[in-house]
Design a binder for this molecule. Structure first.
Ligand code: ADP
Ligand code: MG
Length: 284
């Protein structure tokens, strides 16, 4: 697939993205997936966490990925954020080398730079996204430093601004996240993720560990920031209520594959795949 084959205007283009944990063989992809109701290669026990993943994401668009636990949602965004190394595939960002370079082939140094300047990630578990040995401000400063900001005063000012923006009391800037509530920890992660104004954000089950009332407030904040910043987002959740609230378009995953995709409203109103119908019926 040449990245310039078809329509333009996209921010992120993903082609044939695949991740296999363990020993793959030539038929691992062929003999796994929804048809077999399994992501485990019958010959080698390798796990085909995701395969044959194709989609484009447009500027300002919010794309949801929904599916049951183990369907490959986290792996998919971890591949894009370079937390995991892909087994195969092509990924292009319009903001990098004018979309001429497959991101998966970048040197580690260039991957780090791309991840720090063009992307942000908010993890389900705040300990995956924050260093609990640093203060809240220190965690944000880390992301700013990685993108080349070195002026201490300006870094502190920006960290305070971001904490305010995500409704974390600025007076808590020098406290460590371990002294924060779960909702506040997620807000600090969001501050860090948007610190360098990246065009692309990944959110992985960011409200799953929170009380329902806190969940609603964090979801509101995400929606508000998305509108204000115009950032593109990929929102991973097993919860269709979260997907309904945040996303424009949705991909449904099962056994490491996309089984259905379309406008979120359409998927909720008229799900085509039996598995999606089951998910939607559980929402009612
Ligand atoms: P989801 O986020 O949808 O729950 P994951 O992407 O976490 O799914 O997992 C997809 C599949 O890959 C699961 O079968 C899971 O057990 C497996 N998996 C995830 N991470 C690893 C890993 N680091 N090593 C081996 N298998 C993994
Ligand atoms: Mg997950």
């Amino acid at each position: 697939m040449n990245c310039q084959d078809s329509d333009t205007g996209w921010l992120l283009r993903v082609r044939n993205l695949t991740k296999i944990y363990g020993e793959p063989i030539a038929t691992s992809v062929q003999y796994t997936g929804p048809r077999f109701n399994s992501n485990i290669c019958p010959e080698t026990d390798a796990i085909v966490a995701c395969a044959e993943i194709n989609f484009d994401l447009y500027p300002g668009e919010v794309l949801g990925i929904v599916g049951e636990s183990g369907s490959g949602k986290s792996t998919l965004i971890q591949l894009l954020y370079f937390d995991q190394v892909a087994t195969a595939g092509e990924v292009y960002l319009s903001a990098l080398d004018e979309a001429q370079t497959n991101l998966l082939t970048l040197s580690n140094q260039r991957k780090r730079h791309a991840r720090n300047t063009l992307m942000g990630m908010v993890y389900q578990n705040p300990r995956d996204g924050l260093n609990f040995g640093f203060s809240a401000g220190g965690n944000i400063a880390e992301k700013l430093l990685m993108a080349g900001s070195f002026h201490v005063g300006r870094i502190r000012e920006r960290a305070a601004y971001l904490l305010g923006k995500t409704e974390v009391p600025v007076a808590r800037m020098d406290h460590t996240p371990s002294t924060f509530s779960g909702g506040m920890q997620q807000r600090v992660q969001i501050s860090k993720a948007i610190a360098n104004n990246p065009p692309l954000l990944f959110l992985d089950e960011v409200t799953s560990g929170l009380d329902v009332s806190v969940q609603a407030r964090v979801l509101d904040l995400i929606r508000q920031l998305q509108r204000e910043l115009g950032v593109s987002m990929i929102v991973v959740s097993h919860d269709l209520a979260v997907i309904r609230m945040l996303t424009d378009r949705t991909m449904v995953m099962k056994n490491g594959r996309i089984v259905e995709s379309g406008l979120t409203d359409q998927i909720l109103q008229d799900p085509q795949h039996a598995y999606t119908q089951l998910l939607v019926s559980s929402l009612l």
